[in-house]
Design a protein around this ligand. Sequence first.
Ligand code: TPP
Length: 275
Amino acid sequence: MQKITDIEQLKTIAKDVRRDILSMIYEAGSGHPGGSLSATDFLTVLFFKYLNHNPKNPKDNNRDRFILSKGHCCPVYYSLLARTGYFDVNELMTFRKLNSRLQGHPDKSKFDLMETTSGSLGQGLSIAAGIAFALRLDNNPAKVYCLLGDGELNEGQVWESLATINKYNLNNLIIIIDNNHIQLDGTNKDIKDLEPLQKKFFDFGFNTIMADGHDMVQIMSAFENALNSSNEGKNNIIIFNTVKGKGVSFMENTAEWHGKAPNKEQFQRAIEELR
Ligand SMILES: Cc1ncc(C[n+]2csc(CCOP(=O)(O)OP(=O)(O)O)c2C)c(N)n1
């Protein structure tokens, strides 16, 4: 796949992805806009610039693997799969419809180009660690990227995986946290505060990189930093500080838009803002 390195081009794609997210959720009448919009900028950079993948041969054994542990945010994932060429963009409008491949959470049994089914929070990192271990046993140099929500870190299984990744030094795995500070019905601070996150990850043996998840330059240097450090044999986590609902003024920084579809008027307003 041809990589895109131009920042203005990446910003334009991110806008298209945001419009896809809103259109899919509006058309379906349900879905999760908040955490999809917060992850749009850094995932656009990942899918178009850093991830080594081949949409023409999705199961290419040399592909980097991407695991969306916070599976409810699949609108951004589906949009990026379509826009990088895995399937037609028009298929996005079947999101959450009966018999569609694009279910409300990624379903590998319907869509075999995914690495795994996800949606039950806390499990994706264990799967990613297993894949990273297997790649290493096969002497396969591919990387594994795993995206978790910051609320998802409340799941104990995540911390078991971190201990395992540290024990086996699975430095071919790059963990990404979408640190938007809000989960389903409130802030992390009010629900189960895990700050200071960077210190906790450090104590678990990780090189932890922190960056603004909406600044393309910072996003790129975070990925470069993680890849260099991974090649030097360290375990890496990138914390992207983000805004839940980013790009749509009335969705920003609120739990209200974690998992709700806009009505017609709200949808039109949102699309207008993203023009
Ligand atoms: C095991 C499990 N418990 C509860 C849920 C319901 N749930 C879906 S999303 C969510 C909040 C996730 O918050 P966060 O990880 O911060 O996601 P983001 O803000 O990025 O959308 C919850 C509790 C779930 N999917 N899985």
